[in-house]
Design a protein. Structure first.
Length: 321
């Protein structure tokens, strides 16, 4: 019997139950940091997912996973980033809100800085949307600009499920390969936020590849090619031209039970990640200063103490513009 709630029974975004940072007072955050200083940062998107799933599907997938992990581990969740970056083939799709890569990377860099300044120096970014080429950039920009001891890890959560995202002949539960708003993604949505899905309107829309198979891997890395999907231009048709319905694949085949093992595996991994971070670096402990920066040690020690503390300073005294 799994401890995870599948199907999930509602979310926690407005609840005062010790999950979301933005729902807490500064006193509650201070008390929380003494026990667990890991924060999960869901980075989602707002995009067309067809007639059977909400525009916020990518974001709700993130938050519903993060909420269960927070309840299991005592870590904190940041309210999500609702608007993300998108690959070229999403351009112009009706209802999809596209943020330029440079804008999102800089935005995330300062989100990291704000949480570091607040005391959450261990961050896990959780994302399932196609913006893999942006989030690592944000992490490295933060590392170069501020140069403070930190742990910032990016988990593309689909990769945690491994073969449980695959078709039956490869050990998975699905009839069709994972693409977008299809059998796979709709199954996960039905398992994690069924109240927002309209399965009776599910549809099937064919893919539009522009190259022979065997070269391009998909977003969950369950394909056969060595080229990651975001390392390509001209590998597929633009969605607003080829799939204006917002679906690529067959959402009519979706079933929450097909997603169960993949979601459990993903939640198990995220729980282990949080616990492993805290085992290695308990609350208030960071990687050694001398191994992570060549800035003046006194400056680093001051910002680690933080603003409003005797001898402490805020992180922006090291770098801002």
């Amino acid at each position: 019997m799994s401890k995870w709630q599948i199907p999930a029974k509602g979310g926690h975004m407005e609840a005062a139950d010790g999950v979301y940072y933005q729902n807490m007072t500064n006193l509650e955050v201070k008390q929380r940091l003494e026990k667990n200083d890991v924060i999960l940062i869901p980075v989602g998107s707002t995009e067309n997912h067809g007639p059977s799933a909400p525009y916020g599907e990518d974001t709700y997938l993130d938050t519903r996973l993060c909420e269960q992990v927070a309840l299991a581990t005592g870590c904190t969740v940041a309210q999500p980033i609702w608007y993300g970056s998108h690959p070229y083939h999403h351009l112009g799709q009706k209802g999809t809100i596209i943020i330029p890569e440079e804008v999102l990377a800089n935005y995330l860099m300062y989100v990291f800085a704000g949480f570091w300044n607040a005391g959450f120096r261990k961050m896990v970014v959780v994302n399932g949307h196609g913006q893999d080429y942006v989030i690592p950039l944000a992490i490295h920009k933060f590392g170069k600009k501020f140069q403070v001891p930190s742990i910032i890890l990016y988990t593309h959560f689909w990769n945690c499920a491994k073969e449980q995202l695959d078709v039956v002949e490869n050990g998975g539960p699905y009839e069709t390969p994972f693409v977008h708003a299809d059998e796979v993604e709709q199954s996960w949505s039905l398992a994690l936020f069924p109240e927002l899905c309209k399965q009776e309107f599910a549809t099937s829309v064919p893919t539009a590849p522009l190259l022979p198979p065997g070269h391009i891997n998909n977003s969950a890395e369950r394909g056969t090619g060595p080229i990651k999907w975001y390392n390509a231009l001209g590998s597929c048709g633009m969605e607003c031209v080829c799939q204006p319905q917002g679906v690529i694949g067959d959402a009519t085949k979706a079933d929450a039970e097909k997603a169960r093992l993949g979601i459990e595996r993903t939640l198990d991994y995220l729980e282990k990640l949080v616990n492993d971070i805290l085992t290695k670096y308990p609350a208030g402990t960071l990687p050694p200063i001398e191994m992570m920066t060549q800035r003046d040690r006194a400056d680093i020690e001051a910002v680690i103490k933080g603003p409003n503390e005797p001898g402490g300073r805020h992180i922006y005294t090291i770098a801002y513009e």
